[in-house]
Design a protein around this ligand. Structure first.
Ligand SMILES: [Zn+2]
Length: 212
């Protein structure tokens, strides 16, 4: 009987080794699956375009309606991506949320265009206020697993809609202010659909002009 059991365990051992392998494969797939820009609405899937310093900006101008979807790693705007742990971090998140509410100022819309902003929609795991259970977890995490916590990543998604009385005044937008305000932001990958058609642009501090 004992012999049979040890023979079984010899057979089973390779199986358990195999069973342990898939998480690595999964992580690998995950790292490569997101090069195409899709499913912007799904926060989990959106982590694929997550590259610190880079953000996506989808801009549509049609019949006086300007829509801007901004999708960025939280690190670009905050300098960190974990759930806020300290009073200073909580304050930084609150200040960022307040700044992101001011879309017209953020994107330097010209006053002459007479744009009225709808309430923006802001989405990020960092903007969710959690029950105390989560706070406790974050606290433990900080003390027991500091290196692991550094591996956390979070995105921020902000959607804006403006109705503009004089869309002709929206010849261009100068987005330099975004780079000035958010030191972690180095590049904006822009997909623009406007009166002149569709174009893809890469903006940075030195080339921050968006022409419709
Ligand atoms: Zn990250």
């Amino acid at each position: 009987m004992r012999l049979l059991l040890s023979a079984l365990s010899l057979i089973l051992l390779p199986l358990s080794v195999l069973a342990a392998a898939p998480p690595h494969d999964h992580a690998h797939e995950h790292a490569h699956a997101h090069s195409e820009h899709s499913a912007a609405a799904a926060p989990a899937a959106s982590l694929g375009s997550h590259q610190h310093g880079v953000a996506q900006l989808d801009v549509v101008l049609e019949a006086g309606e300007l829509q801007i979807d901004w999708h960025t790693p939280a690190a670009n705007l905050l300098g960190f991506e974990h759930a806020p742990r300290t009073a200073a971090e909580r304050q930084a998140v609150q200040q960022l949320q307040a700044a992101l509410q001011e879309g017209a100022a953020l994107f330097a819309l010209p006053a002459a265009a007479g744009c009225t902003a709808a309430t923006p929609s802001l989405n990020s795991p960092l903007f969710e206020t959690h029950a105390p259970a989560d706070a406790t977890h974050a606290h433990e995490h900080e003390h027991e697993h500091k290196p692991a916590a550094a591996a956390e990543h979070s995105d921020i998604q902000a959607r804006y809609r403006f109705t503009c009385q004089q869309p002709a005044a929206l010849e261009s937008l100068n987005l330099e202010g975004l780079f000035v305000r958010f030191a972690g932001l180095e590049r904006l990958q822009v997909q623009l659909i406007g009166p002149a058609g569709q174009q893809g642009l890469s903006l940075d501090t030195r080339h921050s002009q968006l022409r419709f």
